[in-house]
Design a protein around this ligand. Structure first.
Ligand SMILES: [Zn+2]
Ligand SMILES: [Zn+2]
Length: 235
């Protein structure tokens, strides 16, 4: 039971730091952090993503490529161009590593501010293993461990796979395969309104109709009320 509850908490915390900090803030600058909240959220993102942590600067450059070439040649992760979900996961990693080594350079990355080495990742894995060893009540519980370890990568690949393959469109003027996949969006807190997001990437609210709800936008509004962030444009 402890493992299942921890898994759910970890899933939604990852969805929050991924969608809010790495995607909407680092990649699209839909808002900015006031005072030192940027560093606080960066550290929180590192703690939540653990062994799957990705340098936000490299993520941002990889993601901008996804918007520029959406579902066409050059898109680092498109289900239209990748043969299977695992291929998409692999293609994303390949693109990410290439951009990190050739464009960003490891020493310039934000990850350089935090321990993100083979040793630190191995220590994270060890920590997760110890947690499972202590709390797992059956062998089957260990099946969740690989998802825990790669949570950020798996969520990112699922968003791109589902959000560019299944669902509906609201606009006719977008020349890609992005979709709104509302049936499973409760798992991704608004990030699966890919079609709306591709139409207006700098808009903090991904919903455009009454039937659509963007939970991360509601969280952002709360953070704005608390003077932790400020929106760049009117929503
Ligand atoms: Zn997309
Ligand atoms: Zn985006």
């Amino acid at each position: 039971m402890v493992i299942v509850i921890t898994f759910l908490i970890h899933w939604y915390l990852t969805a929050i730091v991924h969608g809010l900090y790495i995607h909407r803030y680092r990649s699209h600058r839909q808002f900015y952090f006031l005072r030192n909240w940027d560093q606080v959220f960066h550290l929180f993102t590192y703690m939540v993503t653990g062994p799957a942590y990705l340098d936000p600067k490299t993520y941002s450059m990889t993601h901008k490529k996804h918007h520029r070439f959406s579902d066409k040649e050059g898109d680092p992760h498109s289900p239209i161009r990748s043969k299977s979900f695992l291929h998409l996961l692999w293609d994303t990693q390949k693109n990410f590593r290439q951009i990190r080594l050739t464009i960003v350079k490891p020493q310039q990355s934000l990850a350089a501010q935090l321990p993100s080495t083979v040793i630190s990742r191995a220590l994270w894995v060890l920590l997760y293993l110890l947690f499972y060893y202590h709390f797992a009540t059956s062998f089957w519980s260990y099946l969740l461990l690989p998802i825990h370890l790669l949570m950020l990568h798996i969520q990112g690949a699922l968003i791109n796979w589902l959000g560019h393959k299944y669902g509906y469109k609201n606009f006719d003027d977008l020349n890609d395969n992005s979709r709104n996949t509302l049936s499973v969006d409760f798992l991704f807190l608004g990030e699966l309104m890919q079609h709306n997001h591709h139409r207006s990437p700098v808009k903090p609210n991904n919903s455009v109709k009454h039937s659509e709800c963007d939970p991360l936008y509601l969280i952002l509004r709360g953070l704005a009320k608390l003077s932790i962030i400020k929106f760049r444009s009117s929503t």
